[in-house]
Design a protein. Structure first.
Length: 581
């Protein structure tokens, strides 16, 4: 059986911007159905999965994932007629009678026909017969449970909004997924965090990670009393104390919610681009502390109530590493799995796996495009012929290749590392990465301002060999750290060894690297360890500000030429600038 899974609502953002042509840039993602992706599953094996943004350059796009679909079919060596079922991670039609929208809006934006008609327009035949809509939170749960390897587990899904629900608890087993509890948009922890993200002057449904980073600089006590009453957990339910009209007029930037927060906090919303006054760091700190506490209490309640000791988490809320780390430490929790594509791109994977009946074999996040030696040689030659000042040595994946890369890192050079198939999900996990020594001179400032052009308060993540983890970090390692989805506290006396990757609160958003997960990256880190005594590097995504992670050799060479990187290592080629050593 061949199943193509899709995520996204193709017309949602266009419709939002048509209705609100003067929307601020920070409000352009106030809609459902962003982060479209495609996934192809054949006989229970994930053949390919990738987000549309990686092919189009439109970060977070919700458009029909045409390019991602083309990639999946090409990777599988099949055509559209060979696909048995087309799974989609929304099923609004099932709840149509409950929607208070105009029929025209529903048909234009929410209906299953938006995807059916979109594929038909591309020349696909017999789409309606093959189409299988999957409820949004079911797709999320499937994206976590099936790759987890668990036979029986509790699933919690928390995001901005599915069709109607925003928080769902399920019991997952090999016989199916059963809903135990669900709550609607007024209990949406994802929406809550996004509204505060906008209140703090950042982009809704995009910049939540900035708020998480900012929270370490604030004093949570300043607004603790407000949040204690505003956001609560009680008996397996989440309660959020919005005023009755606070969540209206979302498309206009939630003005009633902003007014409510201004009144309750006594703080005006921060204007984008303004300096970050300490009061905003205090708001972020109090929000993060309460968000973490409530999610942890909620998870603990349902684990105790069901007697289960394995947990799957999915939905955009669980890209929050601080909350994940707290949940991971719940007493009695034996196993935890969070997929690298925890947000809506992952529903393409989940919908496909649900319709396919599960996953056979192991799971890897490296399901995107890979490139041959010839592809890279062609890209390098074209770049040089086009005027790029680059030169290269073709070393192959040899000892010399790894040694030269490790030598560059040990010499405090910043390198781009492009190897194998691209990662699925928002994190670079060692195949499309910018790497640097974690204790290099002023490395955080150099990366922030010279390479990434981003806010100085945002932390960088260390990637560390699994065998070196306990030497540097206090916490026992947890599985989601393989995908950079948890934080860990740095041991006393160890911070100086990785100071460029230690956040102001003494934690790091760590990636644990195992040989069985990514042998080329593991090999590089072992060579770094031979030179420095520690198999650890800063690992940040290979992209420039506001652009998706670089996917192809052509973009890698272009990015290297534009960015202040010292070397590019791409599929066995060591690339430098003309006249460099």
């Amino acid at each position: 059986m061949i199943v193509l899974g899709l995520s996204g609502l193709p017309h949602a953002q266009d419709d939002h911007l048509r209705e609100h042509p003067d929307a601020e840039p920070e409000d352009r993602r106030i809609c459902q159905g962003m982060d479209s992706a495609a996934c192809l599953v054949r006989d229970g094996v994930i053949v390919a999965a990738a987000a549309e943004e990686r092919f189009t350059g439109d970060k977070g796009t919700g458009a029909l994932p045409v390019r991602a679909i083309e990639f999946c079919l090409q990777e599988a060596g099949i055509g559209p007629d060979d696909v048995d079922f087309i799974a989609h991670g929304f099923d609004h039609d099932k709840f149509r009678r409950y929607f208070h929208t105009t029929p025209a809006y529903f048909d234009r934006v929410l209906s299953n026909r938006t995807v059916v008609d979109g594929l038909t327009a591309l020349g696909w035949r017999d789409v309606e017969r093959r189409f299988r809509p999957v409820e949004h939170h079911l797709a999320h749960a499937a994206s976590a449970f099936h790759p987890s390897g668990f036979d029986d587990a509790l699933s919690i899904v928390s995001d901005g909004m599915g069709e109607f629900v925003s928080l769902t608890v399920q019991r997952c087993s090999t016989s199916g997924i059963e809903v135990l509890h669900s709550q609607g948009f007024k209990a949406s922890l994802g929406l809550l965090y996004s509204i505060f993200t906008r209140f703090l002057g950042y982009t809704f449904n995009s910049d939540e990670y900035k708020v998480m980073g900012l929270s370490a600089y604030g004093d949570a006590r300043r607004f603790a009393d407000f949040f204690a009453g505003f956001l609560r957990h009680d008996g397996g339910r989440v309660h959020i104390g919005w005023s009755h009209d606070a969540l209206g007029r979302g498309g206009e930037g939630y003005p009633t919610a902003m007014a409510f927060l201004t009144k309750e906090l006594g703080v005006l919303p921060r204007r984008p681009g303004d300096e970050v006054d300490p009061v905003y760091a205090d708001v972020a700190a109090a929000l993060q502390a309460r968000f973490t506490a409530v999610l942890t209490e909620f998870a603990r309640h349902w684990l105790d109530r069901t007697g289960l000791d394995a947990l799957c988490l999915s939905g955009g809320s669980f890209l929050n590493c601080l909350a994940n780390e707290s949940i991971a430490r719940i007493p009695g929790l034996r196993a935890l799995f969070i997929p690298p594509g925890a947000s809506d791109d992952g529903t393409a994977v989940g919908a496909a796996l649900h319709v396919a009946g599960g996953l056979r074999g192991g799971y890897t996040p490296y399901t995107g495009p890979g490139y041959t030696h010839g592809d890279v040689a062609k890209a390098l030659t074209a770049a040089r012929d086009g005027g790029a000042a680059v030169e290269w040595a073709d070393l192959g994946f040899t000892d010399e290749y790894y040694d030269r890369a490790a030598d560059d890192l040990a010499a405090d050079r910043m390198i781009a590392w492009f190897a194998g198939r691209m990662e699925f999900g928002p994190r670079a996990l060692g195949n499309r990465s910018i790497l640097a020594l974690p204790n290099g001179a002023d490395i955080k400032a150099r990366l922030n301002h010279v390479v990434k052009m981003r806010e100085g308060f945002r932390p960088f993540a260390p990637a560390i060999l699994a065998e070196d983890y306990a030497e540097v970090f206090e916490n026992d390692p947890v599985d989601p750290a393989r995908y950079m989805l948890c934080t860990a506290r740095v041991r006393e006396g160890q911070a100086s060894r990785i100071d460029g990757a230690v956040h102001v609160d003494g934690t790091a958003r760590v990636q644990i690297v195992r040989r069985e997960d990514n042998e080329p990256f593991w090999t590089l880190l072992t060579r770094v360890k031979e030179r420095t005594g520690l198999g650890c590097v800063i690992n940040t995504s290979f992209n420039v500000k506001d652009q998706p992670i670089i996917a192809s050799p052509e973009l890698a060479v272009e990015g290297f030429a534009r960015m202040s990187l010292d070397r590019l290592y791409v599929e066995g080629f060591r690339v430098g600038r003309s006249a460099s050593d």
